[in-house]
Design a protein around this ligand. Structure first.
Ligand code: F6P
Length: 192
């Protein structure tokens, strides 16, 4: 059966600084994950053919850079756009935009950042990706937290209330195998 693989990008500079969004490079640990990823993928995929999809942001391309498979960059895989809050820490958002911070807490799926996106917007923008995924064989998506939450929720049939809180850990490869009675899942954690 065909498999869909998900991985977040390796730890980024912004992850280290606690900032959201942006287009930062991988941290040293992030690069170590990028270097460990080919073996992690090989252990899961074996010799089956695979295509890698990533976003147009540097951190996913860098994470994919050592993988010996065909690659494609999709703009629609870019991380949820945090608008005016891009590059801020959650503490800064709470301080400068307290009402927004509270409304996001209230309804995280529908909250749309000023000048940016909501999880609902992301789900809509991912529709073409999902259509294409359904037509393809083995695909590995090197993505971002909010993006992978939306894709994960689709394959596991999780609802809007759960979706924004799904835990997608860093430095872990997820293998999803869609089947008639629900999606099977395996996780491969990198020792980094
Ligand atoms: O912190 C990493 C990150 O991918 C941010 O770029 C993004 O805004 C955030 O996670 C999404 O997670 P949450 O919706 O929980 O803030």
């Amino acid at each position: 059966p065909r498999n869909i693989f998900f991985s977040r990008h390796g730890e980024s500079q912004y992850n280290v600084e606690g900032k959201i969004g942006g287009d930062s490079d991988l941290s040293e640990r992030g690069w170590a994950y990028a270097k460990a990823l080919p073996q992690l993928v090989k252990d899961a995929v074996g010799d089956a053919p695979l295509t890698v999809w990533h976003s147009t942001l540097k951190r996913t391309g860098q994470t994919a850079s050592f993988l010996p498979y065909p690659k494609l960059a999709w703009k629609s895989l870019d991380e949820l756009d945090a608008g005016v809050c891009d590059a801020m820490t959650y503490e800064e958002i709470e301080r400068f935009y307290p009402e927004d911070y509270a409304s996001r807490d209230e309804d995280k799926f529908n909250y749309r950042y000023r000048g940016g996106e909501s999880y609902r917007d992301v789900v809509v923008r991912l529709e073409p990706i999902i259509m294409e995924l359904e037509r393809q064989e083995n695909i590995l998506i090197i993505g971002h937290q909010a993006i992978l939450r939306a894709l994960y929720a689709y394959f596991h049939a999780l609802g809007q209330d759960d979706l924004p809180y799904i835990k997608i850990p860093l430095h872990t490869l997820l293998e999803l195998t869609p089947a008639a009675f629900g999606t099977r899942e395996r996780r491969f954690k990198a020792p980094i």
